[in-house]
Design a binder for this molecule. Structure first.
Ligand SMILES: [Zn+2]
Length: 211
């Protein structure tokens, strides 16, 4: 059988970012399970995304693998890491965590629309942190909404004075385990230890002790 080489697919276009978490912020692109995507992240105020993962449903477990990160000059930064990476919350999770709607950026939801006012009023604020999400890190994220809706941003680049937030790119690969929250009894995001093992070995390690 002959295979025709596919032309590269431009998967991410320029789209407005968001600075709140909410299940109704529409995805800006989709990626298949096992597929990878590059996010071009700008500034320390907005997140890039949400990225929809085809077939992801509430109760599934998403493993997000950080393939690489770098500044806009294109160079790979071995110690760079996103300050924020997560999946959209469910409506039930929003609860009483809503932040101030003032200044809410909601991606493709137009700022002057009725939808914007409604979503902003119940959206959760975004908090960054400095975690070891460097290249080769694998993060397990419970899926709460159809498509998972992954967002990331606040790219950190360490120097001698600490972490500096700069514009840059972030390459992620998405792996999906159906009903993974139940299978692995995981309800919160988990940062997997970085080992020299393959993804298979890491997943095998996760299953140890699970009857
Ligand atoms: Zn940092």
């Amino acid at each position: 059988m002959l295979f025709t080489p596919a032309a590269p697919i431009r998967t991410v276009q320029y789209v407005p970012g968001h600075n709140r978490w909410h299940p109704d912020i529409p995805p800006v692109a989709e990626v298949i399970a096992g597929g990878s995507i590059r996010l071009n992240c700008q500034g320390d105020e907005v997140l890039c995304g949400p990225i929809g993962v085809v077939g992801a449903e509430p109760g599934d477990l998403l493993m997000v693998e950080v393939l690489g990160i770098g500044r806009l000059d294109g160079c790979f930064s071995p110690a760079g890491h996103p300050g924020i990476l997560g999946c959209a919350p469910s409506h039930a999770m929003l609860g009483d965590t809503a932040g101030a709607p003032d200044g809410a950026l909601l991606g493709r939801i137009a700022p002057s629309s009725a939808d914007h006012a409604r979503v902003a009023a119940s959206a959760s604020p975004v908090h960054g942190s400095c975690r070891a999400l460097a290249p080769r890190a694998q993060i397990l994220l419970p899926v709460h909404v159809p498509g998972a809706r992954v967002s990331a941003g606040h790219l950190h680049f360490p120097d001698e004075d600490g972490c500096r937030i700069e514009d840059g790119w972030l390459d992620l690969r998405m792996h999906l385990t159906k009903r993974g929250m139940e299978r692995f009894r995981i309800t919160e995001p988990v940062l997997m230890p970085i080992t020299t093992s393959s993804l298979d070995a890491t997943v095998a390690g996760l299953t140890v002790g699970v009857a």
